[in-house]
Design a protein around this ligand. Structure first.
Ligand code: 5GP
Ligand code: ZN
Length: 120
């Protein structure tokens, strides 16, 4: 459950401070410490799940809940005209914190294309 080495578990436990945007029995949201846009929230399950690769059917409820929270929190933060959800996963996805989180990123006209368009 609580991984003592996990920075987001420590935030859930109140051992590391955060700018909280939401908390309920299963989920929490707080402002990213290095925001990439005027609105940059991290929405996490309280229970430690390291990456999307580690999610199981038992996690369908909480993962759905995080997604349903995203637009509510985005709107509450002033991103009512669109936002982006990003879940970096694993090495190639450049996931830095090994506790599943949705980035909710927005703000007026701050988002560029999803990724630079190259040749594939
Ligand atoms: P990842 O690369 O794993 O998808 O994103 C991790 C995010 O967590 C980064 O955007 C980083 O700025 C943020 N972050 C890392 N440590 C902390 C922290 O202690 N507090 C907060 N609020 N955000 C953090
Ligand atoms: Zn954790």
């Amino acid at each position: 459950m609580h991984d003592p080495n996990c920075i987001f578990c420590k935030i859930v436990a109140g051992e590391i401070p955060c700018r909280k945007a939401h908390e309920d029995a299963e989920a929490m949201a707080f402002h990213d410490i290095r925001p990439l846009a005027p609105v940059h929230l991290l929405v996490i399950p309280k229970r430690h799940i390291a990456t999307l690769y580690d999610a199981t059917p038992a996690d369908e409820g909480i993962l759905g809940r995080l997604l349903v929270l995203a637009p509510v929190l985005a709107k509450a933060q002033g991103a009512g005209d669109g936002f982006r959800v990003i879940m970096n996963t694993g090495r190639v996805g450049r996931q830095e914190v090994q506790h599943i989180h949705l980035h909710v990123i927005g703000g007026p006209d701050t988002l560029g294309p999803m990724l630079p368009r190259g040749e594939h």
